[in-house]
Design a protein around this ligand. Structure first.
Ligand code: FE2
Length: 492
């Protein structure tokens, strides 16, 4: 057998699989100094196919999770990368080939793996209840050793996770450290069932409620506030018949409305607020005043994912996929769904710059806030000096209340990955948005990656420090900062 990846753009050049697990003690600092006070670990996960795909036109959502960690200690940063040993990864490693087929389509799998979890743990890696968990929204999370990244095994909240899935975008309530999370397609692929959970700071499930969405769709991220959780139903729709026939898992349905499912925290029924067709994925933050819920999210006209086709066969139009950070406001005292075409929540654009991967200072998660970061693909009037349009080229910090923004351009032939906010260790009570921002930047010309440590209030200034990772890190999705103090409190 020959290991050969397809001669397709998604598997060649800067998108070629890396498949490299390794360790570097003391990353090179090529500019500035890493603050000695910064003590903790930045965990992030990327998608890196361990084997050539079993089906044509595969894409990175269907690739194995490669977790990386950057441990900050006394001005040093130690790096480690490791594949998550999912049941799927282990089976394919043994076989030395892909046994699982198309994205979320079990009907395309090798019969020898029937019934085995299709999870890839490639979307997010977070810390809760003394556990490090790598996750993907179609399966249960995988617990990892926070020092070695060795795989401990699947985690289902000690049997309390009744859903077949758990979101890769749980939220941690800064008031009590509880984990607020959900599973969609909770009764299996393409089902419209959503299960909502809360777990206390120790990781014990304390609340569970089930709902049925208006239609089966990708529910990638959601909003959590002090008093409500909100499930956005966006028309990337799924159908069991279609995947049985070998069709795409999701299609973009421009004729379908958007719904926001609003549920009171820890009790109450869902109420569906309906709006006209549009696309949104990640939530920067959300908050409520008891009556109005405000949700900040980049909104585009159509799906940003070219590998999920338009239901009517319309060609992918990058212009229509541009997402503009916007504020949705739901009046929970108003009647929900008033019928087709009646928008029951408002939308206000917060910036003219297009972007995605919004994050916030999570000390204010679910609360009123004035600081977020977002990667930009388009800035009016600015063309990168290397003439390469598109892609994530800028990092911005923004005050969503005023739209005031600071930007930094990543440089020639570069792509920015998701940025995260890190509170200063010495004074965790600094004002909202005062601390550091960490961001990985792909340097395509050299096939290397940089890790920037930025002053969160001055992301446009010279970085506090720039570290060089001498490899091209696989395209990243999400990550989080875990403090030394948190790491010292581990689950039994
Ligand atoms: Fe995400």
């Amino acid at each position: 057998m020959t290991v050969r990846f397809p001669d397709e753009p998604g598997f060649q050049g800067r998108f070629a699989p890396m498949r490299l697990e390794g360790e570097i003690r003391g990353l090179e600092v090529i500019q500035g100094e890493v603050p000695a006070s910064l003590r903790g670990t930045y965990y992030r996960v990327g998608a890196d196919p361990a084997w050539p795909p079993a089906t044509p036109r595969d894409f990175y959502f269907n690739a194995d999770g490669m977790v990386a960690m950057f441990r900050f200690e006394n001005g040093y940063v130690d790096f480690r990368s490791r594949y998550v040993r999912t049941p799927r990864f282990k089976a394919e490693r043994e076989a030395r080939r892909s046994l699982f087929g198309a994205y979320r389509n079990p009907f395309t799998d090798d019969p020898t793996v029937a019934g085995l979890s299709r999870g890839l743990a490639n979307t997010n890696v977070y810390w809760h209840g003394g556990r490090l968990l790598a996750s993907k929204e179609d399966s249960w999370p995988i617990q990892l050793d926070p020092d070695t990244l060795d795989t401990v095994g699947e985690f289902n909240w000690d049997g309390d996770l009744s859903s077949q899935t758990a979101t890769a975008h749980p939220k941690i309530d800064p008031k009590d450290g509880s984990l607020v999370f959900f599973g969609y397609m909770a009764r299996g692929e393409t089902t419209p069932d959503i299960a909502y959970y809360e777990a206390d700071a120790a990781g014990r499930v304390t609340h569970e409620a089930w709902f049925t969405a208006p239609y089966a769709s990708m529910v990638h991220d959601w909003a959590v506030t002090e008093n409500f959780v909100v499930f956005p139903i966006i028309p990337l729709t799924a159908s069991l018949d279609r995947i049985k026939q070998g069709g795409p898992y999701y299609v973009w349905d421009g004729s379908e409305d958007v719904y926001l499912g609003v549920v009171p925290r820890k009790g109450g029924d869902v109420r569906w607020y309906r709006g006209t067709n549009r696309f949104a994925s990640h939530i920067m933050n959300a908050f409520d005043d008891g009556r109005y819920i405000h949700i900040d999210t980049p909104v585009g006209e159509k799906s940003a994912f070219p590998w999920f086709p338009d239901i009517d066969g319309a060609p992918f139009d990058p212009e229509k996929t541009k997402g503009y950070l916007s504020r949705w406001t739901v009046d929970t005292h108003a009647d929900p769904d008033q019928g087709h075409g009646t928008t029951t929540f408002t939308q206000r654009k917060l910036t003219d710059c297009a972007g995605e991967f919004p994050r916030t200072d999570e000390r204010r998660a679910g609360l009123g806030y004035n600081y977020g970061v977002i990667n930009l693909t388009h800035v009016p009037g600015e063309v990168p000096d290397d003439g390469i349009p598109g892609g994530f080229r800028w990092l911005a910090s923004i005050d969503p209340a005023t739209g005031a923004m600071k930007r930094r351009f990543a440089g020639r032939d570069a792509t920015v990955q998701e940025a995260i906010f890190v509170p200063p260790a010495t004074d965790a009570s600094t004002p909202n948005g005062h601390g550091y921002v960490l961001q990985l930047i792909d340097r395509h010309a050299t096939g290397t990656t940089e890790l920037l440590v930025l002053d969160a209030q001055h992301i446009d200034a010279t970085p506090v420090a720039t570290l060089r990772i001498p490899i091209r890190m696989p395209g990243g999705l999400h990550g989080n900062w875990v403090t030394d103090k948190q790491l010292s409190r581990r689950a039994e």
